[in-house]
Design a protein around this ligand. Structure first.
Ligand code: MIG
Length: 662
């Protein structure tokens, strides 16, 4: 079912957990040579996968790159975002029955030309010949996913409270700001499980410090917020500030734990803390050392973290800046024509995330000096791995929330991801919807986007529609950039509308958590494209704006401004569930086919498969206070297989599933 091919000497990325032998014969489907892998596809082939990427669920017709990139503008012409998820599924039955998955385990830049240069060619190009390729076969598309997921190991399990609604913003500067957010939600009677602390809580953006003036008595504050039912989730950035007397810097420097330049000196870059250095997460000692630093925060009651800037993002480097200052001199006394003006301007703007920097620093891996760019895609992954392994070492029984911006396949075992700096754009609701199943194929189940959009100004209707998708994503977090319009639910008029929608999330938690856990345990997808559920339905194959959620639900969110509803394709007879504006629920049967469905801003409509049931409970102020005895079953089935557990320990087993009867 899984065939492994090793070319030359691949770097051990630890993405794969199954120990399988190299396959003896030729590689099926592909012709290869010159670091290239070519598959000839038919006109009707569909290609799925690539996890976090722009464009469609069917990736055909564009060129993508596996290269972790800090890019705050997720537009169609981009080739890569923060994650490198080099897994594809080709569904080309017309081509001699071809249907297979393929994973390119390769930590440097790799290009996926999926019918972009030549309509009938899928061409994958790596930089070097050091690559491991896995061909994964299976009867159905889901079987292929399950086999691949067996290969890469079980997905991360978040604590149950992290399935609640969470509020974040870059610019909660003080403790009072945080309290104001909690009050705002409480006054609007909207449930909330966590508030995020962005870089503003730190002392001059130094990891593992707390600004005592703005966040005095942090430990008591964490306890106070928890007594109000709200967890605080601080950010940890990849780069460590260069500052004499700062323990993290001093220790790392003394032990040689930071990435080095070619002469063996610490490579200095500029990021949020100003001049900073990169912990060498690919070095085992360094990664254990850094992971233990989180203890300072977990000892104060912190139970979750998000890891940022770990592509790693670079604003500038000492090296680049020196060169730029020299170069800018030459423009000083000359008269600039258009082109020299552009060059002059770009002298500084091209400093960020430059290839020159990624080629100029090195990791120390078991005594071997490895150029960063050769293993670039592993950096965020290993930061996540290191942190989660630290949590497990220090508190093996307890789950810790962790999600990252950069990732590679393998990271899915240690944490979730959020999809980074999206915009307050209607098109980004749809982008998130398309990213979710692709991420699930690659093992990332705990994920979601910045609801409301990170960059730009959000409007009330946009947030309501974002949330209408977000109530189904395991990670449900409203987050926005500093300088943008306030985006908390209570910052808009008609907070009752927001309450209605967020309440539904809590009423669905028994289902969402249960389906998530079952997906983890069965290596299944929590979000599926319709094409994966209805393989023989040509119509379903083309639907890229609806999703299956777990075993029983189909969603069809509205993602157009001023729309009163939308067309929905119903792939089989279903039960339509409508959350009305007054929070009542209406059930009605709906026939296979196309329908126009009205959905007001303060309503939610979803669909339940025939002969299935979905549990719905009463809402609650947070996940911990959900009352499972209030569960009622919706839909025309007779039972539901409910997974429940304590939500905090690592004690997870299929024994925790029990059948609920209608
Ligand atoms: O350069 O910490 O994607 O979520 O709010 C921006 C500030 C740095 C990028 C993250 C975003 C976060 C922001 N960070």
């Amino acid at each position: 079912m899984i065939k492994k091919f090793i070319f030359n000497k691949p770097f051990d990325t630890k993405a794969v957990v199954l120990d399988i032998k190299n396959y003896d014969g030729d590689m099926p489907y592909f012709s290869c040579g010159n670091n290239k892998f070519c598959y000839k596809m038919s006109k009707t082939a569909c290609v799925y996968g690539l996890g976090e990427a722009v464009r469609g669920i069917n990736k055909r017709g564009w060129i993508y790159e596996g290269y972790c990139s800090d890019d705050p503008s997720h537009t169609e012409e981009k080739r890569s975002l923060y994650g490198a998820h080099n897994f594809l599924i080709v569904d080309d039955k017309a081509n001699g029955g071809d249907r297979f998955g393929v994973f390119f385990d390769y930590p440097a830049r790799i290009t996926f030309d999926i019918g972009y240069s030549k309509e009938d060619e899928l061409m994958v190009s790596a930089q070097t010949n050091d690559i491991a390729v896995y061909i994964i076969e299976g009867e159905t598309l889901i079987d292929i996913v399950k086999n691949f997921r067996r290969l890469i190991g079980q997905s991360y399990i978040a604590p149950k409270w992290a399935f609640g609604f969470m509020q974040s913003r870059w610019s909660y500067f003080t403790k009072d700001d945080v309290v104001r957010i909690a009050d705002g939600y409480e006054n609007a009677d909207i449930p909330l499980d966590a508030i995020f602390l962005d870089i503003d809580y730190m002392e001059r953006f130094k990891d593992f410090t707390i600004n005592d003036e703005r966040f005095p008595d942090f430990e008591q504050f964490v306890a106070y917020m928890k007594s109000r039912g709200i967890r605080l989730v601080p950010i940890i950035d990849a780069a460590v500030k260069v500052e004499d007397g700062y323990d993290v810097y001093e220790e790392g420097k003394a032990n040689g734990y930071f990435c080095k330049d070619e002469n063996g000196d610490d490579y200095v870059v500029g990021v949020w803390p100003g001049r900073a250095v990169f912990p060498d997460f690919l070095n085992e000692d360094a990664s254990i050392w850094f992971a233990d630093k989180y203890k300072m925060l977990t000892d104060m009651g912190i139970e979750g973290f998000w890891n940022d800037m770990n592509e790693p993002a670079i604003f500038y480097s000492d090296k680049g800046l020196d060169r730029a200052f020299k170069e800018i001199e030459k423009y000083k006394d000359i008269s600039l024509d258009a082109n020299t003006y552009f060059d002059c301007r770009d002298t500084f703007s091209t400093l960020s995330n430059s290839q020159d920097d990624y080629n100029s620093f090195y990791h120390n891996i078991n005594g071997r000096k490895i150029k960063h760019n050769d293993v670039h895609n592993l950096y965020g992954y290993f930061m996540t791995k290191s942190a989660q392994e630290g949590f497990m070492r220090n508190n093996p029984e307890k789950r810790t929330l962790l999600f990252s911006r950069a990732s590679y396949i393998g990271a899915h075992r240690y944490g979730g991801i959020w999809t980074g700096d999206n915009h307050s754009w209607w098109s980004h609701i749809l982008l998130c919807l398309k990213q979710m199943p692709s991420l699930n194929m690659c093992g990332f189940l705990y994920s979601g986007c910045d609801l409301g959009g990170f960059n730009g100004n959000c409007t009330s209707d946009l947030l309501l529609r974002y949330l209408s998708l977000g109530i189904f994503t395991p990670l449900m977090r409203n987050h926005s950039a500093c300088g943008t319009k306030d985006q908390e639910c209570f910052a808009f008029e008609n907070t009752k509308d927001f309450k209605n929608i967020v309440d539904l999330r809590y009423r669905l938690i028994p289902y969402i958590y249960s389906e998530y856990m079952k997906a983890v345990m069965n290596n299944d997808m929590y979000f599926r494209p319709l094409a994966f559920n209805y393989e023989n339905d040509e119509m379903a194959k083309n639907v890229e704006d609806q999703l299956m959620v777990g075993s029983s639900i189909m969603i069809a969110p509205v993602y157009t401004q001023n729309a009163k509803g939308r067309y929905v394709y119903i792939p089989e007879d279903m039960t339509q569930i409508r959350l009305n504006a007054d929070a009542s629920i209406t059930e009605s049967e709906i026939k296979k086919g196309h329908h126009y469905i009205d959905v007001a801003l303060n309503e939610i409509v979803f669909f339940v498969k025939s002969n299935c049931c979905v549990p719905l409970c009463n809402t609650a102020k947070n996940v911990d206070s959900i009352d499972y005895s209030t569960i009622k079953l919706l839909g025309n089935g007779s039972k539901y297989e409910l997974y429940t557990d304590d939500g905090v320990t690592t004690n997870v087993s299929t024994d925790n599933i029990k059948t609920l009867y209608k």
